[in-house]
Design a protein around this ligand. Sequence first.
Ligand code: ZN
Length: 388
Amino acid sequence: MNGWFGFIGVEFGLNQGIVTVPGLQAVVDIPMATVPFGNVPVWPLLPSEERLLSAMSVPGMTFGCPSAGAARRRRSNGNRFIFFGRRKRRIPAPDPGTTMNALALLLLASPLVHGGAAHHPQRDFANVEIRATPVAGAVHMLEGAGGNIGVSVGEDGILIVDDQFAPLADKIRAALKSLGEGKLRFVLNTHWHGDHTGGNASFGGEASILAHANVRKRLADPPRGQPSPKEALPVVTFDESLSVHFNGEEIRMLHLPDGHTDGDSVIHFTGSNVVHMGDLFFAGRFPFIDLGSGGTVDGYVRNVETVLADVPADAKIIPGHGPLSTREDLAAFHRMLRETVRFVRERKAAGKSLADVQAEGLPAEWASWGWEFISAERWIEIAWGGAR
Ligand SMILES: [Zn+2]
């Protein structure tokens, strides 16, 4: 079917979904209340009628559904839209009958209609368990929902790298307590995304938040979503690198150029021999690259290369998403990036359309790397959008 039959995926708790219709995408604000998070992987979410219609009311799109007038009227409901990737363009108006069937299908499948977790925000996170895994030396990893948390525990107290979502703060606190009695002293943010900084507002009252300067900028004035309150903002920022001397080792935050966003840092626990990669590493899956926050495909691949060149062979690597990994896993991720991006670009250079490449698909070798949020199709589109 041509037209707007879409899908909303949850973008790692950015409080936003991505509406995909043939030929264009829109990012749509979704209140956290409608996002049913479980443990990783994040569940797909289908939109409510309101949001779907809102998404379709962006200027420049035409839309053949009888409710188009209503959709336009609803434009002023406060939702914000950002287009990225390809330039927005008019899409052919679908047959109204087909359109309404599609809408009916979407609504039937929607958790909002079934009265699922979406209506009860407090339940969205109720089932999330925070699991702690010892990594090496003073470092542990916490997994719950959202980005993996790195923890340093020792005589100086506790330091964490990223803090998942705000509603999980108490559970994270309890998990930290089970690792050590020390006080939480520092929170390091690998980048600004809400599934890595959602707990800032809660932990900012008791600990100092450290991050690259662009993390503070984007939290205070985000390209989408709501500005963060003051207590959620990093109080110490840096441009290139920063070291925290804590629990008997140097914990180094190294900023890398535009990649996943324009404020990415990789954290190296130098004594424990552990690296937290933030979202410059999605273990065993296609990554999200936030082209709307200064991320670039070329930069992303280069940054992974940079880390790979430096990281000791026996280091433990905490990915932004996915299980605890090794240098070998990071090398596999890097090979996937290089080969799939080259695959897409060769076809683009040969004059193929994005749709052609998506229809052809990636080589079978990469079949298992697709997941709920970044399918092979979506990854092809990201790689395509980043091609110069
Ligand atoms: Zn991210």
